[in-house]
Ligand binder design. Structure first.
Ligand code: UTP
Length: 296
């Protein structure tokens, strides 16, 4: 099964980054890459999706933000084109962006009802296939020659079931992340068959229920911010949404993942060799600025 589509939810409010997020979407925050080029976050994530051969990339947005994203990906107006693209480097980036814009589809989330709801908004667009899901406010840096998405896709190809990228995370960070546990099925490649998933567990809950064989004490497997799902995930989201099963006022994806795992039985996780940056948290954004452009 090939992964033809990638989905990037970018419709959140970013209240933790207020007041910057009043006028700049967090997915558009600029970050300098290892090549010294200033790109908005969304550009890196679109490139990550292309690294596994995705042909179409759906970006979930607030309807009022469409012009913001379009003004970045769409071709420059002629007068500005002349001024920016005088420089050879800029000209080639602009050509690349124009090619990318043809692969991008904008999906509207009219009301901000949570990450799970944002994913559900793409149900019709995704259809029956499997897809790569990336958090729009995360950045991913691989520690080897395979991109993080490629590492994930290889596990999906092998096991043909939904798979989440995970990273070992210390207990004091669990308040920020979805966390899972499972049975190691390939110790050298750090692949697990997942047996339980929950959102932002307390330290007590994690110590009682989420220990993973082989991990150091007080280290847990937390989401890396990218997953590959079969389209069954939409049935799980529909179950929650039709019953108005909100958590903290929103529809969360993690509960749908846990339901998918328990009903489907085929749910895998792989420790990604690389680093994730969650720029939606101010302290992590600070770290991202310092670290993302440096060699890993
Ligand atoms: P977050 O969980 O960080 O939520 O979103 P948020 O609302 O953007 O940020 P805070 O909590 O107010 O600071 C994770 C990803 O899901 C998207 C966000 O844009 C981000 O990329 N998202 C979240 C949506 O697309 N729609 C939503 O309703 C919520």
């Amino acid at each position: 099964m090939t992964i033809r589509k990638a989905l990037i939810p970018a419709a959140g409010l970013g209240t933790r980054l207020f007041p910057a997020s009043k006028s700049v979407k967090k997915e558009m925050f600029p970050i300098i890459g290892q090549d010294g080029i200033a790109r908005p976050l969304i550009h890196y994530n679109v490139l990550e999706a292309l690294s596994i051969g995705c042909e179409e990339i759906g970006i979930v947005i607030q309807p009022r933000d469409e012009s913001i994203f379009r003004s970045f990906f769409d071709e420059l107006p002629e007068d500005l084109h002349e001024r920016y693209a005088k420089d050879e480097r800029n000209a080639s980036i602009e050509t690349e962006l124009t090619a990318l814009s043809r692969k991008i589809v904008y999906i509207h989330q009219p009301e901000q009802q949570g990450f799970g709801h944002a994913v559900y908004c793409a149900r019709d667009w995704i259809g029956d296939g499997s897809f790569l899901l990336m958090l729009g406010d995360h950045l991913f840096k691989s520690a080897n020659s395979k991109t993080c998405a490629r590492q994930l896709a290889e596990v999906f190809q092998k096991f043909q079931g939904s798979v989440s990228g995970v990273q070992q995370t210390p207990v004091h960070m669990l308040k920020y992340f979805g966390t899972l546990t499972g049975e190691p099925i390939d110790v050298t490649k750090h692949i697990y068959k997942v047996t339980h998933i929950c959102e932002k567990p307390s330290a007590e809950y994690a110590r009682a229920h989420l220990n993973v064989p082989g991990l150091p004490a007080d280290q847990y497997l937390c989401f890396f911010g990218m997953h590959i799902f079969t389209s069954k995930i939409f049935d799980m989201l529909e179950y929650q949404i039709s019953r108005k099963m909100r958590e903290r006022g929103e529809y969360q994806l993690t509960s749908a993942q846990e339901r998918l795992r328990s009903l489907d039985g085929q749910y895998y996780a792989v420790e990604i060799q690389g680093e994730r940056f969650d720029i939606g948290i101010p302290s992590e954004f600070k770290r991202t600025i310092a670290r993302f452009g440096e060699p890993i």
